[in-house]
Ligand binder design. Structure first.
Ligand SMILES: Cc1cc2nc3c(=O)[nH]c(=O)nc-3n(C[C@H](O)[C@H](O)[C@H](O)COP(=O)(O)O)c2cc1C
Ligand code: SF4
Length: 487
């Protein structure tokens, strides 16, 4: 992953924690109305893919156990990992694109209800993504992938060479020569692997995205409701289809790209279709980016516009992330796919402890606060979820007291210690396992390996009955906190 060149080392702070009565008097641990529901406390575990589904996208026992373990800490809400809305093979990524996925997902809902004593709301993040291929070997790219057409011949001075000779000629060029002659998209395919863009209007399946996505999202949301989820989070963030529609880089010319209103059109149509499918009794909100953090990408001013429009449309919450784009991702090795958390925008999404003077903590707070303030200025009370490097009680409580956000999201800190919520609430903050923001977990995610935390995955490996990683070297869920072990 890209890191700020300053490489300043930052450490999470966990010196002072509230007593149980101080916690009880805090804003963090008071309920919050959210659409048709109420959060029992203003805490939230944002979506994190743990790579525990089957190759067919089905729930496994490991998926159930993973979420039950988070639920033992009794946060206000958990958002289930990004779950694919289409019925197409997508590797071990959870799916909800067909009714056959409902019984498995219902098992997760039941396990979370039981483990949290019914205190934790459960949402599921619904995702659509476009195709991305692995970076090809150079020779393979020139032999098979490169599209030789009139435009390319034109760029090569109108050559009439036989196609095979032309391919050979290009394969012999160095990187600088290729940068001068290959069209930008071919160059991208060579360097990063071929990736579909929402602006690829020459392909019918891309052109038709606005026609098909509202129905796909709506059907997935209805399944989520049938499986018992309290709500759905529409994934409009990071490197995926809906975020690409919102992006300033979206130049579609069919009324779904270009101006801010046109870029928001499909996200709003998807929301309305989902709402019509699930009614007012299911929470519906979205996650989007406070800033894309890439050259030419959407800015905070854009995000303020999106937030106002989503709130005005009636979303029950909005959750903010930042960065995480393909556009500035590191070049993958041949045979590997690009990963959208390896560039500067990836750093903004999951900032690591080696950082700049600002550090990895609270980088998303001021943009989130600005988006929330604009929504409030419109007279709307839509709850806003913040996240990014939040790990102690003071940070969380101050953000709420200063009205910078309404709900506090802890992703990696909850992974490091799923009992964070219970420990703080019961006055046991000093027992918290603080996240180091090492991004060991993110490294596993990048390789599609079962995600665990380095702070606990080698602990008590001989404990009877625990689930272990495929190589048997890591435990798959955090050890149980002593006070939670029944006598
Ligand atoms: C292993 C891992 C998987 C993640 N998967 C998702 C995901 O499925 N959807 C999503 O919106 N964000 C995902 N994220 C990003 C987190 O939700 C969160 O935005 C990010 O980690 C920053 O918050 P934090 O500093 O509290 O960890 C993931 C993060 C990690 C570490
Ligand atoms: S591996 Fe653990 S300590 Fe490191 S960033 Fe992930 S959750 Fe935090």
């Amino acid at each position: 992953m890209w890191k700020p060149p300053e490489r300043i080392r930052h450490t999470a702070v966990g010196d002072t924690w509230p007593t149980a009565s101080e916690a009880a008097a805090s804003k963090l641990f008071t309920p919050l109305r959210m659409g048709p529901n109420a959060l029992a406390q203003r805490t939230w575990i944002p979506a994190m893919v743990p790579w525990r589904a089957t190759e067919e996208g089905e729930v496994t026992d490991d998926v159930v156990e993973w979420y039950a373990r988070f639920a033992q800490g009794r946060p206000g809400a958990i958002v289930l990992e990004a779950t694919g809305i289409r019925d197409v093979p997508s590797g071990p990524l959870l799916r909800i694109g067909h009714d056959r996925f409902v019984p498995g997902l219902r098992r997760v809902v039941e396990a979370v209800r039981e483990a949290s004593g019914g205190e934790t709301l459960l949402l599921i993040q619904l995702i659509d993504f476009l195709r991305i291929r692995r970076r090809p070997e150079r020779a393979v790219f020139f032999e098979r992938h490169l599209r030789v057409d009139d435009a390319l011949r034109e760029r090569l001075g109108g050559t009439r060479d036989h196609e095979a000779a032309l391919r050979e000629r290009l394969a012999a060029m160095d990187d600088t020569e290729l940068a001068a002659v290959l069209p930008p998209r071919e160059l991208e395919s060579l360097r990063m692997g071929q990736r579909e863009h929402v602006g690829d209007m020459e392909h019918a399946h891309i052109r038709e995205l606005p026609a098909v996505l509202p129905g796909l999202f709506a059907a997935a949301a209805a399944r989520a409701r049938d499986a018992g989820f309290d709500g759905v989070e529409l994934h409009y963030a990071h490197a995926y289809t809906m975020a690409s529609f919102l992006s300033r880089l979206n130049e579609r010319d069919d009324g779904y790209g270009g101006s801010p209103a046109a870029r928001m059109r499909l996200p709003l149509e998807v929301y309305h279709a989902v709402r019509a499918a699930v009614g007012a009794d299911t929470l519906v909100g979205c996650r989007f980016l406070s800033e894309e953090c890439i050259e030419g990408g959407s800015t905070l001013a854009d995000a303020i516009g999106y937030g106002r429009a989503f709130a005005a449309a009636g979303m029950d919450f909005i959750s903010l992330s930042r960065g995480g784009k393909f556009e500035d991702a590191a070049q993958p090795k041949p045979g590997w796919a690009a990963y959208p958390y390896t560039g500067r925008s990836g750093y903004e999404c999951m900032p690591q402890y080696l950082s700049d003077a600002r550090g990895p903590f609270l980088r998303n707070v001021e943009p989130t606060a600005a988006i929330r303030a604009a929504i409030r200025a419109d007279g709307l009370a839509t709850p806003v979820v913040v996240c990014g490097g939040i790990h102690n009680f003071q940070q969380a409580e101050t953000l709420l007291q200063e009205n910078k956000a309404d709900v506090i999201g802890l992703a990696r800190q909850a992974l490091a210690d799923p009992d964070w919520f219970l420990k703080v609430r019961s006055g046991h903050g000093k027992d918290i396992r603080l996240c180091r923001y090492s991004n060991y977990c993110e490294g596993l995610d990048q390789k599609h390996k079962q995600v665990t935390c380095e702070l606990w995955d080698r602990e008590a490996l001989d404990e009877p009955g625990i689930a272990k990683s495929h190589d048997g070297r890591r435990r798959l869920v955090a050890p149980v906190w002593e006070p939670l072990i029944p006598e």
